[in-house]
Design a protein around this ligand. Structure first.
Ligand code: HEM
Ligand code: CA
Ligand code: CA
Length: 309
């Protein structure tokens, strides 16, 4: 187990927490989609080679990076922008000290709190990756058309248990998904079955109309949580119990006997959801973290320190 600590920057960057909170507050108020955007970037970072900022490396014409994989194409720009802003502010206060991986972890916690979610401590001391490999993305990220067996195994391979996983997917209480991500459920689900029988029929009809133009306009997106997409709450689970899950895997959480009890528990008890989400985020934030000379502190979060002496 790598050693991270709560007070890692206590002497080297005493204003770390305050600077992060100030930057996050300004950005989230101006751009309310930042919280969902950044939470998803953090998830995609931690699942692929651990929480090491590997996902932040910008694509360039010489080398393929994680962001060149299709699964990362839709990662929203605001999730990267908030890291850049925070890094800039921190470089002024304490140059070459705070890693991008730590910035992302701390920024996400502050954003979750800002939109109404639980507070939890963030352990610090992660180093930034020295590589970002396109080929590492696909095998490590869940997709909405996967079976529950595959998804459970994927999370368990990162040390995340089923109840922590169900709580973490509760992040879908925020944000949206493109029509292409759930089109299979509403158009020609199976031969002679037009729509996914697990989906509320009224909801399916509304989505069908809403997405009717999605092949021509691929930006068309629907809220993952129909009722409170900007608020961090347990509405996502309450929706699932009514067949109002958007992605196939969201709805599957409420059908599979291994995950259903947790969906029911979180739908009935927001405090239980918040406790388990907080625990899950701390676990997710520790996945394969790099310390010592396994990584470094990048000067810029989107490029490696290639030219640094
Ligand atoms: C079964 C596991 C999961 C699957 C299959 C999945 C899949 C997806 C997909 C397909 C989207 C829509 C992307 C788009 O169309 O642009 C999405 C959005 C999102 N995901 Fe997940 N996800 C999973 C788990 C998680 C977890 C564990 C987190 C965070 C802890 C997370 C956070 C988010 C957020 C916040 C959004 C909304 C992004 C935005 O509005 O900008 N997801 N997810
Ligand atoms: Ca990573
Ligand atoms: Ca919500």
């Amino acid at each position: 187990e790598p050693q991270l600590t709560l007070d890692y920057y206590k002497t080297t960057c005493p204003d770390f927490a305050r600077i992060v909170t100030a930057t996050v507050t300004t950005k989230q108020i101006a751009t309310p989609t930042t919280a969902a955007a950044t939470l998803r970037v953090f998830f995609h970072d931690c699942m692929v080679d651990g929480c090491d900022a590997s996902v932040l490396i910008a694509p360039n014409s010489f080398h393929k990076e994680e962001r060149d994989n299709e699964l990362n194409h839709a990662l929203p720009g605001d999730g990267f922008d908030i890291v850049t802003r925070t890094k800039t502010a921190l470089e002024l206060a304490c140059p070459r000290t705070v890693s991008c991986a730590d910035i992302l972890a701390q920024v996400v916690r502050d954003l979750v709190v800002m939109v109404g979610g639980p507070n939890y401590p963030v352990l610090l001391g992660r180093k930034d990756s020295l590589v970002s490999r396109l080929s590492d993305v696909e095998p490590n990220l869940p997709q909405p058309n996967m079976t529950m067996d595959v998804i459970i195994n994927l999370f368990e391979s990162k040390g995340i248990t089923v109840h922590e996983m169900v709580a973490l997917v509760g992040a879908h209480t925020l944000g949206f998904a493109h029509c292409s991500e759930f089109a299979d459920r509403i158009y020609h689900y199976e031969k002679n079955i037009p729509t996914d029988p697990d989906m509320n029929p009224t909801y399916a009809e509304a989505l069908k109309k809403f997405c009717s133009n999605y092949t021509k306009d691929p930006t068309m997106s629907a809220f993952l949580d129909l009722y409170t997409p900007g608020k961090f709450d347990n509405m996502y689970y309450r929706n699932l119990l009514k067949g109002l899950g958007l992605l196939a895997t969201d709805q599957l959480m409420a059908e599979d006997p291994r995950t259903k009890p947790f969906v029911e528990r979180y739908a009935a008890n927001q405090t239980a959801f918040f406790e388990d989400f907080a625990e899950g985020m701390q676990k997710l934030g520790m996945v394969d973290v790099k310390t010592g000379d396994e990584g470094n502190v990048r000067d810029r979060c989107d490029v490696f320190n290639t030219f640094r002496a």
